[in-house]
Ligand binder design. Sequence first.
Ligand code: ANZ
Length: 859
Amino acid sequence: MQRYNPRDIEPKWQKVWQDTEVYKVHDNAQGQKFYHLVEFPYPSGAGLHVGHCRPYITFDVMSRWRRMNGENVLYPIGWDAFGLPAEQYAIKTGVHPAITTKTNIDNFRKQAQSLGLSFDWSREVSTADPKYYKWTQWIFLQLFKHGLAYQAESQIWWCEGLKSVLADEEVIDGRSERGDFPCERRSLRQWMLAITKYADRLYDDLDNVDYIEPVKIQQRNWIGRSKGAEVDFAVNGTDKIIRIFTTRPDTMYGATFMVLAPEHPLVKEITTPEQRQAVAAYVKQTARKSDLERQENANKEKTGAFIGVMAVNPATGALIPVWIADYVLMGYGTGAIMAVPAHDERDNDFAMKFNLPMITVVEPTETKNTDNFALHVGEGVMINSGPYNGMRSSDVREKLVADLSAKGVAIEHTNYRLRDWVFSRQRYWGEPFPIVWVRQDAAKATHKVAEWLPQTPVTKQIDGVTYQALPIPASFLPVELPDVQDFQPKGLGQGPLAEAGDWVHVWYDLTTGATKPFTDGKPGDTWVEGNRETDTMPNWAGSSWYFLRYLDPKNDHALVDSDAVNKWMPVDWYNGGMEHTTLHLLYSRFWHKFLFDIGVVNTAEPYQKRTSHGLVLAEDGRKMSKSWGNVVDPLEVVDSYGADTLRLYICFMGPFDQTVAWSVQGVAGCRRFIDRLWVLVQEFLAAQQGSEETADARLLRQVLAAANKRITFDVPRLGFNTAVAALMEAVNELYRLKREIPFSMAYTAWQAGLLDLTKLLTPFAPHVSEELWRQLGQTGSVLEAAWPVYDEADLASDTMTIVVQVNGKLRAQFAVSRSVTEAEVRELAQTNERVRPYLEGRDIKKAIYVPGRLVNFVV
Ligand code: ANZ
């Protein structure tokens, strides 16, 4: 008997599939389109790991299953190839990031192919390829032209360890998401993208997509839309105004003090001389804390400092003291609040700690909570609120704002937690900006250049001179990354590109946007001296639109052809990590909406459905980590057990969305299953076809129909584990049945059954399926076979299995409809050809019938 040897089978079929281009997806192929997207990997030096395998394999299973069901499925892959590690490696070793990236990509591709993933490799994209980033730059150019890319000096995260600016989303608990270095707030001039202009649409359109709820919740919280009002408080004895944001203007009469964020610009101006020292000490103390720490501290003991001045409550005219405290964040609202200690918990803690007055203005309508009647955070009826007494707090909210607006001191305001996206990095390995800085007094752009200019010029000042950002028009893209000798960032505000003198210092043509090296000498009248932007884009740029490039990866004239967009968009199902919810997922929704607005795409949302897979932990239940030596290398599993075993195990390991620990036993179990199935088919192949096929094959059909039904239900619902369990059960059943229905007596039925089984197995274990398929005499590829159709009737429970014994010994078994009579069952049992030989020529003394189960002939 031929043994199962994945080491022979798998490379053999992988080569055949590659040569015959089975995975190539054609836009015009028959069938309903389905776009399955998985997050493309960063091609690190470490190669593919188990974390990649879970989504890639399970969605490969689903893609294959859909194809067998007649759908035209796009399941592409590419490389998120810009980023820090390649650059850090270059700093250490001097090897150019382009070289390491290429080596890593080649390695990843080979590894992915060895898992039997059905990616259409002809659509592969790499974000670091100039042919690709040409279009990333083109999108930036469009954002620039539409006024959505601008420069601003803002409080941003500076990471000394990475020598780079980071976006809020890239800093967790005050440390960099990559590298885990401490970060601090600095004021720096940066490129910004106006994602906040899309805040409402990003928020509201979540109603129109099918994302798992935690993703929607996290995005809504991140956008953090809250409706309220801004109210102006005059600083007593000065002409200064403190503007606050509140969601509870109804509690105005209870505002007994004010709190500014320690870094609020007014603090320096209005602090009284006596308080200056204490205030400066407090400001210094809070500067080191991240916003998150400060928010967490919100539950701990309050700290703060009085700045020596009083403000006027515009509703009551009362003078109230002004404090600073770290629980008020500069980055939210206006960075200042009116404190209402009777109705806000943090203000309440603060008032208790510093002995500040408290006035109750909202009385709960239900029975009073006597334990802590001083603090009531909900709604109720107004008291101590002048003309508003007796009204409901929810009604007062609008009325009070309207009344204060009439006096010019309040305005309705919706606040967002979302900030504009800090879009520049002081790094080498990223997309250059298609921007040249030119002295503003010389920047009289016309023609082609004028077409790409925003309404409001983007400018910056250096040593008292104003420079304007001028675009490199689309026809000159890409702006390729120049070679540099030294990849080391140059410290605050300067990336390695700043050292690429010839590349940076150019002549710029104000009519066409063409550039020439400055050393060439002035080319003509319309040319002016300029310096290229030397920051690069963050690694989130290329991934914000990659799913569009798969549709038309070689197009040199457009980002993507509109026919391809019409054919494939939106992505029907996107799976990826929860950690990308407020980074990549939000960024790409923003870019897509912008591309929708400028007519590049036809849908307001890029992804119709979003799911997320659970983590895979090491066997010891901990995270896989090199330092613990518990990392599972998927390729070692392929090497010792085969890719099909790995695939089955990844599906079988547990519910898709739950964290599971790796189990070597589980892997071995999956391999045993394939071995058993293999042996079953080999036994069948060794059997002879009988002269008569008399056995009732109904039970055989029932086993396959049951498995089919289960898999068909489970796979599109992410029930990969239960789908594999159904296959395992089916094989167990077939082993049982082969004793009752010998191959020779139901040869055709077994053949059909095993072919069906092979097809059911194909999405999960394509290599062994293909091998068995051919062994069973088929010519085409099982990958292109249609998913088997089963007959509901075969499943129906209106059948029962009758066991036939002769003198207590099992002689046959058959299925009959439940509606048959006892006499009919006896008749069928007696004439069954496996029973007949034992009855012929003998006297039947008795025939015992156990209804629905058994007939025993006593002879
Ligand atoms: C007075 C008040 C009374 C408030 C009351 C709440 C309850 P959300 O819903 O998250 O938007 N706030 C405003 N700006 C702040 C800042 N920069 N740092 C810390 N807290 C700030 O929260 C809005 C509420 O958070 C605002 O409404 C303000 O406190 C506080 F019974 O104003 B409230």
